[in-house]
Design a protein around this ligand. Sequence first.
Ligand code: M6R
Length: 365
Amino acid sequence: EKGGYDHFMLKEIYEQPKAIKDTISPRVTKDGKIKLDDVSLTKEDIDKFNKVYVVACGTAYHAGLISKTLIERYLNIPVVVDIASEFRYGEPLIDENTLMIVVSQSGETADTLAALKLAKEKGARVLAVTNVVGSSISREADDVLYTWAGPEIAVASTKAHTTQLVLLALVSLYMAEKKGTISKEKYDEIIKEIVELPRKAQSILDNTDLIEEITEKIYKNEHVFYIGRGMDYDVSREASLKLKEISYAHSEALPAGELKHGTLALIEDGTPVIATITQSKTYEKALSNIKEVKARGAYVIAVTQEEHKEIEKYVDSVLYIPDVIDELTSVLAVIPLQLLAYYVAVNRGCSIDKPRNLAKSVTVE
Ligand code: M6R
């Protein structure tokens, strides 16, 4: 049932090109228009929203963080991304002009479900992004969009995450187009790039020798740092979670600009620092941060697009992803980092598909 793979996690990592394709295909027409048959949001509804909340846990929360940039950029309205267990005990300022997006692979996470119910009580319109048809969250939401990732068995979420990312990108474009806040050129450009993602994801998976090689150098370390700026920071948070939950190595992700406000003190000779550096707006700034950790002896692994070959001068290893528009780099950048976490855990002899103390679906609080 693992289809020849040693673990479900690896199988699911390799299923991503297909999962992404299955999630996109039914929603993009031949002439490059998004159609979300399952969503009943009208232009009037969308125009009314003055705020968006995205609420989730764990990996789904990280997908939410990444969507914030896209929604704010294309819809011109503020987005708050919150962890469900924080949201539900906080005092969220939501009303009938709020769009609440809940993201959950299983559709059963207790805190996410409770957050959804709270938002509904306060009059928000709720859109759920989930992978499980008929799940509690899908039944409670006003609208549901399914990630068509297929069953995800490994506790560590992989294909659910990348499909959440593409689906959230599609929803933001869809709403922006209806609202009239995105140019036709930008819309067309991003759709074109979205459609290319399965092929690009596949090309990463076709060549993993370097990832395995790098793993040899870092797997014995008890502390690993991930850095990035903006969406690259969000990817770093997801990559860090992946590593710690399956390999039990301690890891921390931080905004690269924060290093010198404390964490830089922990960098010593050989400390692994994994730098995701894909955003053109902050490329130079992130590169300075790489130089800072390098000067303290860090072993630096960069994740960036093929167009940034010059980075090889500054780091120890580079994991390249195919060139892709800034808005979508996260979908590709996370893939080599999922594999890195996987191989570190293999080298450490961990129980990959069922890490200690964790459950696939957290239905208790
Ligand atoms: O089923 P959900 O997406 O609601 O689950 C949320 C988290 O429990 C989940 O993403 C968890 O963080 C994963 N084990 C991470 O790999």
